[in-house]
Design a protein around this ligand. Sequence first.
Ligand code: GLC
Length: 436
Amino acid sequence: MNLVEERTKRTQWFLKDRFGMFIHWGLYSIPARGEWIRSNEKISKEDYRVYFDEFNPINYDPKSWARAAKDAGMKYVVMTAKHHDGFCLFDSKLTDYKATNTKAGRDLIKEYVDAFREEGLKIGLYYSTIDWYHDDFPHYGDRHHPMRENIAYKDFEHDFENYLEYMHGQVRELCTNYGKIDILWFDFSYDDMCGEKWKATELINMVRSLQPDVIIDNRLEASGENAGSIRTKNPSFFAGDFASPEQIIPPEGLVDEDGHSIPWEACITMNNHWGYCSNDKNFKSSKMIIRKLVECVSKNGNLLLNVGPNAKGEIPIESLNILKEIGKWIKDNGNSIYNCGKSSLPKPEWGYYTQNGNKLYAHIFEPSIGPLGLSGLTNRVKKVRLLSDGSEIKIINPWNTFDFEDHMFINFGSPGQLTYPLPNNIDTVVELELLE
Ligand code: GLC
């Protein structure tokens, strides 16, 4: 098999599961101004140490996190094992800068893996190739390092080979000590810090020797700004198994040069921060997130929805409430998300289509005046049901539809009642069983 064929085989489960939880958590949850605070505020390692000395998430309960994710209909999860600040949430033998050396005194990743695996979710680990703590990661003149403008580091001799040995060693630990890992989510490449600069081929060969079925994102070569060679006919060895558009849903989905759909996952925050940000109360509504999940699936994509737990180890109540609302909708309508993808029909004006074989799902966001018209389906439909309760939806052709023969018309009200509220004002899903 070639790289694309291998990628297609590995990502089959991923493209069926469609919906995952992203978790950004670490020392930055204490200052609570997002996970880039060291870089944004140019905080020295010494000044950032206060958070290491304080970190003690007394309410960390990954089992409750796992239940919240499962109840929201999420099928997989990705949590930060190490973010750009270099702090390790796992008990790495290669550093002292880790959760087991804080007041937490626990391997937070071990507890996370066990809890989410127990709830049946597939396990992902986010690992930052960037490391602002390690002495041998470039400082002065780097695009992002907190000390990028600190002249004291101008002539510092970094042994980048030593950093790579450390980085590869930690990835080996994560692929060895925590059971089956389903997703490795590297983050991120920039300027010349990409591809073989990370010794990506060697890294991936090591990963695959330990976790042969794991899927890997595209950020050993790319970032949220560009998808890298995964969109070409000849992806590089480290192009990854899926693209990771960030804080955006690709307008047309993502295809390669030949127009073939490639696996992709939009990663989205609930407010505007990945890491906990106490004053960011700009949370998206559950209605918006449900509709964006539908949009992703209608374009053959996945949605990775982020939560940023606080310093005490609690997922913010706003996020929990949103997850609960999503769970209510997906409980009744999950068949229109899982195992589904893009339909051959063009996008309708009133919402989206998703499809799974001969089951076509009409996601109706907007009510219509009179019966709802579905283009291109005349004489192609065996039966129509409201997905949430299995009730029959009538195909009708009343007097005011005679002019529109290429449309099939349905309505939710009684036959004589032609204008009516939709059963679900977030997304009313109608299942159409197609004849062929
Ligand atoms: C960007 C940010 C990083 C975040 C990631 C999530 O790469 O730098 O903080 O973890 O997006 O996609």
